[in-house]
Write a protein that binds this ligand. Sequence first.
Ligand code: DC
Length: 221
Amino acid sequence: MVIAIDGPGGVGKSTVTRHIASSRGLEYLDTGATYRAAALAALRRRADLDNPAAVIEAVADAKIDFANGAVLLDGEDVSIEIRTPQITAAASAVAAIAEVRTIVVAMQRSWVERRHGKAVVEGRDIGTVVFPEAELKVFLTARPEVRAARRAADPEADGAAVADVRAALDERDHADSTREVSPLRPAPDALVIDTSDMALEDVIAEVLEEVDRRSNRPRLH
Ligand code: DC
């Protein structure tokens, strides 16, 4: 079964996704990492990010893959390199280009197909666009101040002030939810969980309960 885990930044998607995958023996795909790799591909090929045609050409030329929790660009593990603030900003810009999304989504679908449709897939548009037929769609939310505090506590934030993290998060949320192609929004049939006042274990328990409920459900075809 495909389990889609969508939601904005700082909501705990990655942690929840990894727990669900490991506790049910499934592989997971971090689609944010694939857009980050696409941004890195554009920068490495010296594409001007304000020139969509150049970005599309660079991304079409790149080989992006994801294996055992690591993202690969042209065969190289770039998992660390894609976590810089420069790539974070570039990924949001690159992900707003429709043709880039077409290329990256094709890679995501083929990745899941190679796993016979059994995977946990984390992102922004998995339940709405990439796998609208996913057996389980989860949309995690949390109040912006809670997400900013969580992000700031992340080692990746490198001690940045909560106010600065909040400003960057607000800007990216706005860009991701107002873009024309595949804006961030829950699928109509998604299980929406507001995690603001929940412990991580409780979020994981709620999702796992739903995973088990749906896997035991008899198929109708
Ligand atoms: O989750 P993240 O921060 O690694 O995502 C990086 C960027 O990619 C972010 O700006 C949102 C975008 N993204 C997207 O547009 N669609 C997805 N399915 C996943 C991420």
